[in-house]
Design a protein around this ligand. Sequence first.
Ligand code: NIG
Ligand code: FE
Length: 415
Amino acid sequence: MKLLANIGQLATCRADGGQGDIHVISDAAIAWDEQGTLRWVGAERQLPPEYRGIERVDAHRLLVIPGLVDCHTHLAFAGWRADEFEQRLAGRSYLEIAQAGGGILSTVRQTRGATEQELMQRGLEFLENMLALGITTVECKSGYGLEEGTELKLLRVYRRLAQEQPVRIVSTFLGAHVIPPEFRDNRDGYVDLLVNRMIPAVARQELARCCDAFVEESAFTIDEGRRILRAGQAAGLAPKLHADQLTSGGGAELAAEVGAWSADHLECISERGIAAIAAAGVVAVSLPLASIYLNQPPMPARRLIDAGAAVAIATDFNPGSAPSYHLPLAMTLACTLHHMRPAEALKGATIYAARAVGMEGSVGSLEAGKAADFAMIDAPDVNHWLYHFRANACLMTSIRGKQYWSADHGAGQPA
Ligand code: NIG
Ligand code: FE
């Protein structure tokens, strides 16, 4: 048993209440057992006697939050696309670049040529840096293979990453990212391949928990998306969607129809889409970094919250539209772009993000019975943390009660 005491503010982020209800306890303590499961959470003056003599870590009156959950990344890819960043700044659009063979297809070419070991090495570096920011769970999508061998390679990389480092990984099959060049004149052939070969292979090898599709004019139609996600569901993969990012195409309505765990992007969501996902309980995932890198109007998060939807915040980390894994930066941007209060952004990067990846039962909030995944933040409260933006305000990250990062000692083996 171990105790973290002298916590100035503990943002428990329990699910009950609205977007801004993070259920803060002042002068708090938390205790966990050898398995890394929280046994007690509360005000320190109410600490039961059986926890008083156990090993104690001092939180120095700082802010403690649940480990952050990045519920949308494309973590495994080869190469970068800084040249496209410059071209977009000079006025070329994301779609023009894609139509000329750049964009996602440029990363597909490089990723097909990379070895599992190269992708693994990069993934380890990214995750180590994310851990240092207080991130303890990361959703990772395939989608830069677009052929069976490379898609399975990417998902195998995620499986090895889950085994070889501490950050929790949730894998998503995104074979439906765009139509690969080999199938440019045979869209149906590629959708058949996804439905009849790739999805069954992913499910058989238990390589993913979710199936995602990019529903957009430049990617897959609503009918194609429906067919792919239904095939995923039949194979046991939970549906997620890239929806209404560049155009308003009814992606949010499709997410509601199939009962998706989340609908992500939603910069161009319609009024009907807002009503549909709120009614269906689909988590709306905001990706503010992608909105600013592509110079898009942001997702109408306030209208979604007012309609009763849960809004999660994620990075969308990828080499094109969001080349950063800095989730706290995305949270500060959610405040300034979406007019979300810091507490609302925190709930969006913890318990609602956990819901978006089917992990709400074990992570995303600090409550007895859940995992002792938490981060100690160098700030007196959540407002101050997201207002005074720094390269890294996280002083310590713990997963299952083990400290894997500390500002004093760096990352590595549990201390
Ligand atoms: O989520 N929208 C589609 N996919 C990614 C972009 C990937 C890329 O540009 O490489 C996204 O923004
Ligand atoms: Fe994405």
